[in-house]
Design a binder for this molecule. Sequence first.
Ligand SMILES: [Zn+2]
Length: 177
Amino acid sequence: MQQVHSAQILRVTLKDIGKETLGAGCDGVIIPPGLKIAAGVRTADCLSIFVYTEHGLTGALHAGWRSIAEGIGTRFLKIAESEGFEGRDMIFQAGPAICPSCYEVGPDVLKKFPGQAAEGNKLNLLKALSIQLQESGAKAENIKFSRKKWECTAENDCFFSHRRGDSSRMLAFAIQY
Ligand SMILES: [Zn+2]
């Protein structure tokens, strides 16, 4: 994906297979059943989230605060529902991201998240996206983080972190097979 911190989602079709970049200016892909492709998300602090259903639908989202504020989770579920998939059947797996203790944001960002996703001037990206997904039909128990403990990209040298000054990005995939 040529990610631009938007809420645009590309519905992948057969003609997209083999392209190096899936969709210019989108931050999410929805892969209908049967295409058997992999879609990657590049991150360094932003949340990557991968979607799976037993009915063959796969998806990948690049979810920083801008994309979440613009409703990327809601949009994903709307597209999926229009194709006959239910949010309650979907499993969401989040990748490593900046943790809420490290993610200080300004008042302009905070005012976009009036719910429980912010505490003081700290924003919890996973909570912000979880709230949005649940409001659109996903089940709380189906939204999972990478490990039991938050894997913070800003605190852990194993990861690239935009806040720590890295210009490199991590790449994670959803593979439909
Ligand atoms: Zn942290």
